[in-house]
Write a protein of this length. Sequence first.
Length: 382
Amino acid sequence: MKVDYLIVGAGFSGLVFAERACAHGKTCLVVEKRSHIGGNCYDYYDDSGVLIHKYGPHYFRTNSKKIIEYLSEFTEWHLVDYKIKSYVDGKYWNFPINLNTFEQLIGRRSTSEEFQKWLDEKRVNISDPQNSEEVIISQVGWDLYEKFFKGYTLKQWKRHPKELDASVCGRIPIRTNRDDRYLKEEFQALPKAGYTRLFDKIIKKCGVNLKILTNSDYLEIIHTIKFGKLVYTGPIDAYYKFCYGALPYRSLRFENESFSAEQLKERVGISGKAGFWQPAMQVNYPNENEFTRIVELKHATAQSCDSTTIVREYPEDYGEDNEPYYPIPADDSAKIYKQYENLSKKEVNAIFIGRLATYKYYNMDQVVGMSLKRFEVESKTY
């Protein structure tokens, strides 16, 4: 087989690049080690008929009109404000921290002005936070940091917040108004028919210029393929055979549990409405439990069905038997990655895009933007 681009990975990074290349008359072969397309964004209907995200919730959001316009060619959107709670001390708290959370804390109605004054008294004066602990205590002080952030971060990353880059906990907004949305981007939505259908339409548009191999390791076939350039979206340390050592990643284990309409009747007092198991799409468990959160995606998809499915997430060490989900944003990992990055910059016929290939904690829109931008650069060589 002879193609212009051999693309390793069938997630957003690889398929967006493939679509752009095919649209410009180039041929692509996408090689995916899993049995399906979509990477970690893959979704499907489980045995209870509930649409779930196989590899954890993927809450699409962006401020980029360019990315919205591009993806809208392949999907309609279901607009949603992602809402979550945090289960601490035996009750569900509004989260991220906002005025409603403060009122739960003090047990009465309040104002943004009073909350801001309280925060000013509690916060630690750190003008330039250098890690995730400092970025939170500089905003809300020690009490709320201990209640909502410290335990969750220790479980999720297996590192103390002071060992992690400020961006890890800094991603979570702190508000003094009643805005209880989980995210701050202007556009928050899910593909109306799901991510997998979105990817199906991307592939369909590519037509005969695209071929996909699933259940395949690119290393096992690369010597049988003639290609112009390699587009690599996997772990960059694996690409270079760990010559500078293995980069640290965090992995996850998912535990799914489904409930029928009859089973959910007794949960109405907890969930707040019929047909749901918990009161929000996501509930964080920062302290007592081994899992970090329980996700009930039906809250976000607004799927009309009597049953529901919840997914508990258990953080795990990355190893041969599980997937590398999260690059760890820390000084030691940054030093290792820099060495691999220097090698990648010397590559003439290889392109590195995506969260794993660039060892960055990117959101989906950022990955799409990276692929679009990288192809724009590439197309100038035609």
